[in-house]
Design a protein around this ligand. Structure first.
Ligand code: SF4
Length: 348
């Protein structure tokens, strides 16, 4: 097990040290206005277990909108900044607790210095890091690409440390899971800064989840990684669900969560597990209980196959059965099933 990293505070949360690994995501659209629809979507991410939310800050005009969001949600808002150091300064004026910058594309070193000085004055955390696809020219042709990633991050880190700034989180990302593993392991053996883990450009839902699960679990099991982001070419909500599932399977999720079991369905299927799961998903992810909930496709095998589940549901046509540990405890119609199921889960 790797030694603990230092602890870093980001607004109202703490990361690294003895704190649990946190799931984060990045908002996938440009923010043009802050309305109740946006706020409720962000709150929904939090209900699903997201702890930090990052937004691109492409222009100075976008910054007050991020400030407004930060004032209306309880998750810390992180700004992702490229090229323009003035955007970074403006984000800190808005009180955002963390910025992600690439010192290499900010330009002259005095500009990076300005950003770092302001971060020190305001207690802002800076995330720096290296990405396999955008290594600096001097390191691009190294044979050992994992080491090149670490050297690229260390170059940025050395500059920040030379200014006395250590309120830093580091990310080393590659789309190659072996390279990603080697780079993060090497960095963790040399430094005690918290690592933000992720497999970059991991692709659509299924490839991304496969790569991220295999790639990140090897690191997390060694105690490497303080926060994870599962990059998926899909919605932030799916990233959050995937991140939390990975942590739960590894026994690293600090929150009590429902373990959702559902059968794959077969020719015997008489209950639409997919639509029922979809319908009840928002509720299930908000339940703060360590329980197994089964949604099974048929009454022939469903209750038996899910006899280890704390509670389950299945049915035939309009006759729906709710069972506990495989024993039927209640029969409902299609119209009343959801409400009755929730009622039973509440009583567990
Ligand atoms: S529970 Fe029923 S529908 Fe689901 S896989 Fe088993 S036999 Fe098929």
């Amino acid at each position: 097990m790797m030694d603990k990293t230092r602890e870093i505070a980001i607004g109202n949360i703490k990361l690294g040290g003895d704190n649990p690994v946190l799931v984060q995501t990045m908002w996938d659209k440009a923010v043009e206005k802050v309305d109740s629809e946006l706020i409720s979507e962000l709150n929904r991410l939090q209900v699903y277990g997201n702890r930090l939310i990052r937004f691109a800050a492409p222009t100075l005009e976008s910054v007050p909108l991020l400030g407004e969001i930060a004032g209306r949600i309880t998750m810390p808002v992180v700004a992702d900044i490229h090229f323009d150091y003035k955007i970074a300064l403006a984000c800190m004026d808005q009180g955002l607790p963390k910025i992600r910058i690439n010192p290499g594309n900010i330009g002259a070193s005095w500009k990076v210095e300005e950003v770092v000085k302001k971060a020190a004055d305001t207690g802002t955390v800076i995330r720096i890091g290296a990405n396999g696809g955008s290594l600096p020219k001097s390191l691009k042709h190294m044979d050992n690409r994992a080491e090149a990633l670490v050297l690229a991050a260390e170059e940025q880190l050395n500059f920040l440390e030379s200014l006395g700034f250590e309120n830093v989180i580091v990310s080393l990302k590659s789309s190659d899971i072996e390279e990603n593993y080697e780079a993060n392991s090497l960095f963790a053996s040399r430094h005690d800064y918290p690592l933000h883990l992720g497999i970059t450009e991991a692709g659509p839902l299924i490839p991304s989840i496969v790569k991220s699960s295999i790639g990140l679990s090897r690191l997390l099991e060694k105690g490497i990684g303080s926060t994870i982001r599962i990059s998926i070419s899909d919605s932030p909500l799916k990233e959050v669900i995937a991140g939390n599932e990975i942590l739960s399977v590894l026994g690293l999720n600090s929150q009590a969560r429902v373990n959702l079991i559902s059968c794959p369905k077969c020719g015997r299927s008489s209950f639409d597990t997919h639509s029922f799961t979809e319908e009840i998903q928002d509720y299930l992810y908000s339940v703060d209980k360590d329980i197994s909930v089964a949604v099974m496709g048929c009454m022939v095998n469903g209750p038996g196959e899910a006899s280890h589940a704390d509670i389950g549901i299945s049915g035939v046509g309009n006759s729906i059965a709710i069972f506990k540990k495989g024993e039927i405890i209640r029969r409902e119609t299609a119209c009343t099933a959801k409400e009755a199921f929730i009622e039973e889960i509440e009583q567990l």
